[in-house]
Design a protein around this ligand. Structure first.
Ligand code: SF4
Length: 290
């Protein structure tokens, strides 16, 4: 996989390239959560946390991350990456750099130096990129109220940033069932509303079968109401992504919905909110969303 540039990314700790057919090009992933830390414990999470040794919270080495990012961006921007075995068969139409995505094996905003990391990503994009290259933050929205996170979001806004924020429930009860987090439900809703009032956001939602049962119609109606609440408060939502489980989940009592079920939820959300909705059954937009 990494034959052509063994030192360029095989040994990276934070930065990795992904060919995304959906994005129509290369996404440079930045994973701050090598320690797999997250303040949610989603029942569908795809991150393997079976080894407790991996879950000691570690500081992000921003200098190392910046070096890795610089090398990766240079490889992608120059096209040299297509000489690597993993990317040699990339069709010409997909030989383009789409984005830098902050996601990973946990919640990226949970790191004290998240602001510096966003600044490093913005700098790398500025140096090598063009206006089409996006900076994408994939997040559970749990910490937007922290001042240091707000500042980082402002840097994101100034540098072609997009926030893809998780919302998987319409009610507190279902949120607790799915996310199993100490972060209050009200905080999540307030954070989504406040972030959407500053810039348009993307909502990423994952629905699944729990112990054989798909989400109840009342839950889906409440979920649409939560989206409507954001809009009514003056928030802007540029897209709602409806996903289901695509890889092995944390719990064996959750399972994917069928394509028809995902499409039906997407149709319902569009019908109830008039928002643009995209349905996905396969590849996720980012690791953070499961
Ligand atoms: S799905 Fe995302 S937010 Fe949920 S536990 Fe996994 S990494 Fe955390």
């Amino acid at each position: 996989m990494f034959e052509a540039h063994p030192r360029s990314f095989a040994e990276n700790r934070y930065v990795y390239p992904v060919l995304s057919r959906r994005a129509g090009g290369i996404s440079i992933g930045v994973n701050l959560n090598a320690d797999k830390f997250c303040n949610f414990h989603c029942v569908y999470c795809q991150v393997d946390r079976s080894d407790p040794r991996e879950q000691q919270k570690q500081a992000v080495d921003v200098a190392r991350l910046s070096e890795e990012l610089d090398r990766m961006v240079a490889l992608v921007a120059s096209g040299e990456i297509y000489e690597a075995a993993q990317f040699r068969d990339t069709p010409p139409a997909l030989r383009r750099w789409n984005d830098i995505a902050l996601s990973g094996d946990g919640e990226p905003t949970a790191y004290a130096n998240f602001e510096q990391v966003v600044a490093a990503c913005a700098e790398a994009r500025r140096r090598y990129g063009n206006a089409e290259v996006k900076l994408v933050l994939i997040t559970n929205a749990s910490l937007f109220h922290r001042e240091r996170v707000r500042r980082a979001l402002n840097v994101l806004d100034a540098n072609g940033g997009e926030i893809w924020a998780k919302l998987d429930a319409g009610t507190e009860e279902y949120y607790q069932l799915v996310a199993r987090s100490a972060i209050p439900w009200r905080q999540i809703l307030d954070n989504l509303r406040d972030a959407a009032k500053v810039r348009p956001i993307v909502i990423q939602s994952l629905f699944m079968r729990i112990r054989g049962e798909p989400p109840r119609p009342e839950e889906l109606a409440a979920y649409c109401d939560r989206l409507a609440d954001i809009l009514a408060a003056g928030g802007r939502i540029k897209l709602v992504q409806v996903h289901t489980i695509a890889r092995k989940p944390a719990e064996n009592w959750v399972a994917a919905l069928s394509k028809a079920e995902v499409d039906a939820i997407a149709g319902l959300v569009h019908g109830r909110t008039a928002l643009p909705v995209a349905a996905f059954e396969g590849e996720m937009g980012g690791v953070n969303s499961g």
